[in-house]
Design a protein around this ligand. Structure first.
Ligand code: SF4
Length: 222
C-alpha cells in the first residue's frame, strides 16, 4: 500500500510525549529499513490497517496546537522514517516555523535519505528551527545487514548523511543503540569531526515481547 498520495502522507497518531522535556509528536508510517528491534514495525508492515492521509500544513497545525496546549517547546515526526517524502517533510518544517518560530523541530532519522541526497541536506540546513538526530542502529557494516535487513553498503550512507550535515553546518547530533555500539563507528565519526563525538547519545533498547521474538528470529537473542 502506498503511504503517500500527492503531497499527503499517512500518519497513525498525533500525541503529546514526554521525551525532550515534552514534545508534540506526529507518528508517520513507512520506513526504508526493517530493524529487528523496531517498536513500530506493525504500522510499517501493515499500513492499510492504521491511520489516514494528512497534508503537510495539517500535520504542522496539529503539532503546533499540541505544543501550545501542553506548553512544549519542541515538535517532531516519529513512528517510522520522516525523510521518505522530501517535499512533504520540508513543508511541515517550514509551516511549523511560520506558525510559531520559537518551536524547535527535531528530525529523528536513520539518515539513509540524507546520505543519498546532499541537496536535501542543503534544504534542511536552511530551516532555522531544525535539529537533526541521526540514529545508528549498529556500529559496523557487518552487523548492519543483520539488524536492519538492508545491504551493508547502506551503513556508509548513514556516515555520508553525517558528513553532509556537518559540511552544511546543520544543527545535529548522533544517537547510537548502546547494545551495538562499536569503536569502528566512533572512529568514522571522529574522522568527520572530533566535535561530533562529544554530543553522542547512547540509546537503550526497550525489548518488548514482540521485539524479543523478532530479534530471536534474526539470531540476535537466544
Ligand atoms: S529505522 Fe526506525 S522506523 Fe525504520 S525500521 Fe528501523 S527502528 Fe523502525
Amino acid at each position: 500500500m502506498d503511504i503517500c498520495i500527492g503531497n499527503k502522507r499517512k500518519y497513525y497518531r498525533f500525541r503529546a510525549d514526554r521525551f525532550y522535556g515534552g514534545i508534540a509528536t506526529a507518528d508517520c508510517m513507512g520506513c526504508n529499513m526493517d530493524c529487528a528491534f523496531c517498536w513500530s514495525y506493525r504500522t510499517r508492515i501493515h499500513p492499510e490497517r492504521f491511520g489516514g492521509f494528512f497534508a503537510p500544513e495539517e500535520v504542522a497545525e496539529r503539532l503546533v496546537q499540541i505544543a501550545h496546549e501542553h506548553g512544549f517547546r519542541a515538535v517532531r515526526i516519529s513512528g517510522n522514517e520522516p525523510t521518505l517524502y522530501k517535499e512533504h517533510l520540508l513543508v511541515v518544517i517550514q509551516t511549523v516555523e511560520r506558525l510559531d518560530p520559537t518551536l524547535l523541530f527535531i528530525l529523528e532519522t536513520n539518515g539513509i535519505k540524507l546520505g543519498e541526497d546532499e541537496q536535501f541536506v542543503d534544504s534542511l540546513s536552511q530551516c532555522h528551527n531544525l535539529h537533526v538526530r541521526v540514529s545508528f542502529k549498529t556500529g559496523t557494516p557487518e552487523n548492519f545487514e543483520l539488524i536492519t535487513n538492508r545491504p551493508r553498503e547502506w551503513f556508509e550512507l548513514q556516515l555520508k548523511a553525517v558528513e553532509h550535515l556537518y559540511n552544511h553546518k546543520a544543527s545535529f547530533h548522533i544517537a547510537i543503540v548502546a547494545d551495538y555500539a562499536h569503536e569502528y563507528l566512533l572512529h568514522q565519526l571522529q574522522r568527520i569531526s572530533p566535535a561530533i563525538l562529544k554530543g553522542v547519545e547512547y540509546e537503550n533498547l526497550k525489548i518488548y515481547s514482540y521485539i524479543r521474538r523478532r530479534m530471536k528470529e534474526r539470531g540476535l537473542l537466544r
